[in-house]
Design a protein around this ligand. Structure first.
Ligand code: 3HC
Ligand code: NAI
Length: 684
């Protein structure tokens, strides 16, 4: 028998166990091992039924993604599944951990499914730009009905075992994995349970469901390929016979597999895992345990950050200057949780537990037992230094002192203490209780509170915001050259971002950037480099965005829909005139290049300076912090997909037309000269 799968016996029940760490993916070795184990079970006259389970921490997490795009080896998955479904002896799947993708598809070919309560099942292929290619789209709707199947395959959501039991995805739930499954198998044998095949069940859909579903989700799925193909497959299940449906699934699976969207999303999957790896910090390095957090500042960011810790069960002490500020901050936290409870996404009991983890003080002496202190007060260097001197005085030895500053130097902040080695930057993104990204200027606790942490260097704006300035700045230069805000925002939205730079500016508040530009610090870009002329004039009118009912756009009370404003258009045209720029027309393609190529160029500079460790880290920052579409794989992967030589040629054209801000980064020039991509640079 192979190492990857073993076969043992418990009385009359054969037990097939997949042992292929870390997640028992269906590699060639596993498929061949399953084949051999099935044959052993069939051949043994004492074996009346078989249990199929995963060894280690999980059932099967799916096809082996690392095999995608490589020449096929081993027994094909479809053949293994065929043998399971057509076995003359009962086969019962026993699920713990996660049964995902091809893993769940294996269980759907078994005759019955047993799971422990903590197990999760799902078809997450859509997140990789794919669809379940081993019968999942044909069998799942036969079990759960078309509407539920549509939701599950297009979201890729995991379903907890108790809910899977209700839906009929699993047949039996019990505490002990092996003992429970064997007992269940013995009972099925004793009862003479039939060899139940999902393929023989009917699948029906009401008239018009597919069209209605496509229409209702058009906005959400824009730019992605896989959700649409998943819907097509479920439609095939409801309209074709089983074998024709399977053929259709195979055909559409191949369409997805060769698509650039899937290449981008698979890149993102591995990039998210790569990001956690730091060469100087090998796997298994002991981590400081964080048992208590002190949060300095209970404002917009402080409140949101604190919620992440309470959500992870870690007590938080909120520190403010005055009781009123504490009361205000706590009221907002409570309201946020209450909203989640009202939407049915959190139980009242959980909310009460989380609220009970908060305590408050105005006395810095109370922070003495915190393992991690995070500062999120106003963005002023003098204030931050004053606070860090106090933290130095009151925090216990070994405590980590973090600042959430978005632009200030961590090294300078640390100089206010006598323990600069304990001072780090932890840059959360707004709204901090929602956005998945955390930029860490030194690494650690992020994963525990459910964040994707990226290690970045100490430079102006760190990584994300430094690149953002290039993008928002170029957006306003586009206005000077002839475009209008709605046109730029429209092109960016269609590209796949949640919104364009001007709608974003109006949401964040234009006054923030205005204040930063007015401060004109020596180490920062000049007002002209920011593209500051137009936003300055808009701010001078008191138009700060949504909070003042107008910025680049107007807004109706209680409505976030941007409405173009003629006064703003007049300002834009006036600025072009003042600068002697002849306004020209742009198509969307040119707008995308002008607005988004700065991300690539600045990204290349950041890599050159070592401020980010890998191109794929930058992709993760942009997807999770700024809503760059996953189907484009992040700015660096997108550049590779276009071809760096083409990107460079356009940048050179912009450099000649528009000046120094478009000088191509030396790294980009070098990669093109060497005929290399960012991915090849990363691979070394
Ligand atoms: N194939 C190959 N490697 C995989 C894998 C897979 N399906 N799933 C996970 N891995 C690897 C990861 O890359 C990681 O490797 P590393 O340690 O070298 O970085 C390791 O397994 C552990 O993974 P995580 O760090 O993600 O561990 P977690 O415990 O946090 O999460 C998980 C486990 C929930 C299983 C998560 O890894 C996951 O969501 N995996 C992907 C599941 C998936 O998408 N399955 C569908 C695959 S496509 C398919 O099945 C097609 C079929 O329909 C034909
Ligand atoms: P905010 O103005 O909402 O909150 C600041 C809070 O700090 C106020 O409640 C204030 O009372 C309190 N405070 C001031 N001095 C204090 C002191 N000496 N001791 C205790 N509390 C004090 O500001 P916001 O937006 O939360 O920003 C905080 C920090 O987070 C800034 O450094 C900012 O650059 C950074 N940041 C902000 C983001 C955003 O989108 N708003 C995103 C990422 C970082």
């Amino acid at each position: 028998m192979s190492d990857a799968v073993d076969f043992t016996k418990r009385g009359a029940i054969g037990v097939i166990t997949v042992n292929s760490p870390p997640v028992n993916a269906l590699s060639a070795a596993v498929r061949d091992g399953l084949d051999a184990a099935l044959k052993a079970g069939q051949a043994d006259p004492d074996v009346k039924a078989m249990v199929l389970m995963g060894g280690g921490r999980t059932f099967i997490a799916g096809a082996d993604i690392t095999e995608f795009g490589k020449p096929p080896r081993g027994k094909p998955l479809h053949d293994v599944l065929h043998d399971i479904e057509n076995s003359s002896k009962l086969i019962i799947a026993a699920i713990h951990g996660t049964a995902l993708g091809g893993g769940l598809e294996v269980t759907l070919c078994c005759h019955y499914r047993y799971a422990v309560p903590a197990a999760l099942v799902g078809l997450p292929e859509v997140k990789l730009g794919l669809l379940p290619g081993a019968g999942g789209t044909q069998r799942l709707p036969r079990l759960v009905g078309v509407p539920k199947a549509l939701d599950l395959v297009t979201s890729g959501d995991f379903v907890p075992a108790p809910q899977a039991l209700e839906l009929g995805i699993i047949d039996e739930m019990g505490g002990e994995l092996l003992e429970g499954a064997v007992a269940y198998a013995e009972k099925l044998v004793a009862d003479g349970a039939p060899l139940r095949k999902i393929r023989d069940m009917p699948c029906q859909a009401e008239n018009g469901v597919f069209e209605a579903y496509r229409k209702a989700n058009a906005r959400k799925f824009r730019g992605f390929l896989a959700p649409w193909k998943n819907i097509d497959c479920i439609e095939a299940a409801a309209t074709l016979d089983f074998d024709a449906g399977m053929a259709r699934e195979r055909e559409l699976f191949n369409d997805c597999m060769i698509s650039p969207e899937s290449a981008a999303q698979r890149h993102v999957f591995f990039a998210e895992r790569e990001v956690a790896k730091i060469p100087d910090v090998p796997k298994g390095t002991p981590m400081k345990e964080v048992k208590k957090v002190a949060m300095i500042g209970a404002g917009t960011m402080g409140g949101g950050i604190a919620m992440n810790f309470a959500n992870a069960g870690i007590p938080v002490l909120m520190v403010e200057m005055a009781d009123e500020a504490l009361a205000r901050g706590m009221a907002i936290i409570k309201r946020n949780y209450q909203n989640t409870v009202n939407k049915g996404r959190l139980s009242q009991e959980k909310m009460d537990q989380r609220m009970a983890l908060f305590s408050t003080t105005t006395d810095y002496a109370d922070i003495g037992d915190a393992d991690l202190v995070i500062e999120a007060v106003f963005e002023k260097m003098e204030l931050k230094k004053e606070i860090f001197a106090k933290l130095d005085a009151y925090a216990k030895p070994g405590a980590v002192l973090a600042s959430n500053t978005s632009t200030l130097s961590i090294d300078e902040i640390a100089s206010a203490t006598k323990r600069s080695e304990s001072v780090i930057g932890m840059h959360f993104f707004s709204p901090a209780n929602v956005m998945r990204l955390l930029e860490v200027v030194a690494m650690g606790i992020g994963r525990k509170v459910g964040k994707i942490s990226v290690l970045v260097g100490n430079c102006f704006g760190f990584v994300g915001n430094r690149m953002l300035h290039g993008y928002t700045g170029e957006g306003t230069f586009l206005l000077e050259s002839g475009a209008l805000p709605q046109q730029v925002d429209g092109a960016i939205y269609n590209f796949g971002l949640a919104m364009g730079p001007f709608a974003m500016g109006d949401m964040a508040g234009l006054d923030v950037g205005w204040l930063v530009r007015k401060a004109k610090a020596a180490d920062r870009p000049t007002n002209e480099e920011y593209g500051g002329t137009i936003p300055d004039r808009i701010c001078e009118l008191g138009r700060f965005g949504q909070k003042t009912a107008g910025g680049y756009y107007d807004y109706k009370e209680g409505d976030r829909t941007p409405i173009p404003n003629p006064e703003v258009q007049a300002i834009i045209e006036q600025v072009s005139k003042d600068k002697n720029i002849t306004r020209t027309d742009f198509d969307d393609d040119e707008i995308i290049k002008r607005a988004l190529y700065p991300l690539i160029n600045i990204g290349a500079q950041i890599l050159d300076e070592g401020m980010a460790m890998r191109p794929s880290d930058i992709d993760i920052i942009y997807i999770n912090g700024y809503g760059f579409p996953a189907h484009k794989g992040g700015p660096m992967h997108w550049a590779d997909a276009i071809g760096l030589d083409k990107v460079l040629a356009d940048m050179k054209r912009f450099h000649a037309e528009l000046g120094e801000r478009w000088r191509p980064a030396p790294l980009l020039e070098k990669l093109v000269a060497d005929g290399k991509s960012f991915a090849e640079l990363q691979a070394g």
